[in-house]
Design a protein around this ligand. Structure first.
Ligand SMILES: [Zn+2]
Length: 480
C-alpha cells in the first residue's frame, strides 16, 4: 500500500476584544439573561442599519500586522446567505473578497527545536450568530441572540500542518500571540477561540491533495488533537480498503472521541455571497498600519537577537523559545534578577529539563519566576554555591519555597559574615606557619592555598571571596 501523509489546514475564529458588537452598541461578552443584550440591528429587524465598530477593525488590522500579513487598504463586507434559527438576518455579515488581511504566517516552534513556517491565506472579519438552547423539560428550542453580532476574525491557514501535534502547537502559539496583543481574550471555555479543521491524505511526496473533510467548531486543543487523529485513522482505513473519501462536513463527538457527518441538510450550503449594500467599504490607511506597527511588542526574532546580544548562547535561546511559555517565564524572572546569562543557564540546565520531565507548562510550576530570579541572585551574591543550588533544585521546584529559606534550613547557605570567617582565617594562618611566611615574603599566590584550607575547615560553607578577604586582613595585621 502507498504511504499516505496527512495535510491539515485550520480556520480559526477569534472573538475580538471589543466592548460592543460589530454593527451596534450592544455590549459583548457579559453574562446576562437571554436576549437582554439585543437591539433592532443585531436582532435583524427590517430596515435597521448596521454601523461598523472602528475598534473591531483596528484589532483585526493589529492581528494581520502581528502575523506578518498585508492589511488591505480597502476591504468589503458581504452577505453570506443561509437559514438558521439563531441567525436573525438570514445571512451572516462576513468578508469574501477582499478581506481585511492577506498572507502572512507564523514560525511554529517544533518539539525538536527547529521551526516550520505555517503560511496564512487570509484574515477576515465577520459577526457571530446567536445560540439555540434546547429546553428538554418543555421539549422546545429557544433562541438567545445575546451573542448575535459579536465581532470575530477568521484566520485561514494554508494546508501546511502535518500532524495533530503541529496543529495543537500552532493553535497554542497563535492564541498566545493574539491574547498577548489583546486582540482577543481567547477564553476557550467561552468559545472565544475556536476552530474548524480541514484534513486530507496524500501519497508521501505527492503535490496533489486528496479529498478533504472538514471538522467544525472545536473549542479545545485536546479535541483538535483527538479529532485529527481519529480522522487520519478513518481516512487511512478507507484508502486501505479501496474506498473513496467523500467530501463532507463532520462534527466531533468528544465523548466518543470520533467524528460523525452532520446531517446532509445542514451542510448543503449555497451561500450566494453578495456585497452587503448597507455597509460602506472598510478602509485602513497606511498611517493606521504604521501606527499599529509602532505599538506592537517586539517580534520573536528580534527578542532572540537581543538575548543573544545579552550573552546567551544560541542553544539556550532556542531552548527558551522552543518550550511554549518558557520565554515569558524567563522575562518575568529577569525582573527579579537582571543577569540574562546566569538566569538563562539556570533555565536551560535546571528549570526546563524539570518541567519537561514532569510534563508541566512553565506557568504551572510552583517555583514562580521571582523565586527563580532570587535563586540566581543568591548565586550572584555568593550566598549560595553552584553545587548547593543544583543539589536543592529538585526540592525547591517541588515546594515552590523561598530559595533563601530553603537553603538556610538545609544548611546550604555560604557563610559570609566577617566574625566566623576571621576566626577560621586566624586558625588557618596559625596552623600553616611555612605558607604564612612565604606569603609575607611576597608569594601572593599562596593565598589560594590558604583559602582552600579555610573552605576545608568550614566544610564548604565559607564564601570563597569573603574568605580570601578575611585571610588578607589577618595576614595584613601580621606584616605590620
Ligand atoms: Zn445590538
Amino acid at each position: 500500500m502507498i504511504n499516505m501523509e496527512p495535510v491539515i489546514g485550520l480556520e480559526i475564529h477569534a472573538q475580538l476584544n471589543t466592548r460592543t458588537k460589530l454593527f451596534c452598541s450592544c455590549p459583548v461578552g457579559q453574562k446576562a439573561e437571554p436576549n437582554a443584550h439585543i437591539c433592532e440591528i443585531c436582532a435583524g429587524q427590517p430596515g435597521a442599519l448596521p454601523r461598523l465598530n472602528e475598534k473591531a477593525v483596528e484589532l483585526a488590522a493589529r492581528a494581520v500586522v502581528a502575523l506578518g500579513g498585508t492589511v488591505n487598504a480597502f476591504s468589503l463586507f458581504s452577505r453570506k446567505n443561509y437559514f438558521y434559527p439563531d441567525l436573525p438576518n438570514g445571512f451572516q455579515t462576513s468578508q469574501l473578497d477582499p478581506p481585511v488581511g492577506s498572507g502572512g504566517g507564523l514560525n511554529l516552534a517544533l518539539a525538536d527545536g527547529s521551526e516550520k513556517f505555517i503560511r496564512l491565506n487570509r484574515v477576515h472579519m465577520e459577526d457571530d450568530a446567536g445560540k439555540c438552547v434546547h429546553d428538554e423539560k418543555r421539549d422546545r428550542t429557544l433562541v438567545d441572540l445575546n451573542r448575535a453580532g459579536t465581532p470575530l476574525i477568521e484566520i485561514v491557514t494554508e494546508p501546511d500542518l502535518s500532524s495533530s501535534r503541529e496543529a495543537m502547537d500552532f493553535l497554542k502559539q497563535l492564541r498566545g500571540l493574539l491574547t498577548q496583543l489583546e486582540v482577543t481574550r481567547g477564553r476557550l471555555e467561552e468559545g472565544e477561540f475556536r476552530c474548524d479543521v480541514n484534513i486530507s491524505l496524500k501519497p508521501v511526496g505527492s503535490e496533489t491533495l486528496g479529498v478533504r473533510t472538514e471538522i467544525k467548531n472545536l473549542n479545545s486543543f485536546r479535541y483538535v488533537g483527538q479529532a485529527i487523529d481519529f480522522e487520519i485513522r478513518r481516512q487511512t482505513a478507507l484508502y486501505a480498503a479501496g474506498y473513496a473519501i467523500e467530501q463532507q462536513t463532520l462534527h466531533f463527538d468528544h465523548l466518543k472521541a470520533e467524528t460523525r457527518p452532520l446531517r446532509s441538510k445542514e451542510e448543503a450550503h449555497d451561500y450566494r455571497y453578495f456585497p452587503q449594500p448597507d455597509l460602506p467599504p472598510v478602509t485602513v490607511s497606511p498611517e493606521t498600519v504604521a501606527a499599529i506597527k509602532e505599538t506592537l511588542p517586539p517580534s520573536l526574532e528580534s527578542v532572540k537577537e537581543k538575548l543573544i546580544a545579552s550573552g546567551l548562547t544560541l542553544e539556550i535561546v532556542n531552548n527558551l523559545t522552543a518550550t511554549p511559555g518558557a520565554l515569558d517565564y524567563f522575562l518575568a524572572a529577569l525582573k527579579a534578577h537582571n543577569d540574562p546569562k546566569r538566569l538563562g543557564t539556570l533555565m536551560a540546565e535546571l528549570f526546563l529539563p524539570t518541567i519537561r520531565s514532569k510534563g508541566l507548562a512553565p506557568s504551572e510550576a510552583k517555583l514562580t519566576p521571582p523565586k527563580l530570579g532570587q535563586l540566581a541572585q543568591l548565586l550572584a551574591e555568593g550566598k549560595l554555591g553552584k553545587r548547593a543550588a543544583y543539589e536543592m533544585f529538585g526540592e525547591l521546584f517541588a515546594s515552590g519555597e523561598d530559595p533563601l529559606t530553603l537553603a538556610g534550613a538545609k544548611g546550604l547557605t555560604l557563610v559570609s559574615d566577617a566574625g566566623p570567617l576571621l576566626e577560621w582565617a586566624k586558625e588557618i594562618v596559625a596552623a600553616n606557619p611555612e605558607e604564612t611566611k612565604l606569603y609575607l615574603g611576597g608569594r601572593k599566590k599562596i593565598l589560594s592555598f590558604l583559602v582552600g584550607q579555610v573552605m576545608r575547615r568550614s566544610q564548604g560553607a565559607a564564601d570563597p571571596k569573603k574568605a580570601a578577604q578575611a585571610l588578607e586582613t589577618v595576614l595584613g595585621a601580621l606584616s605590620q
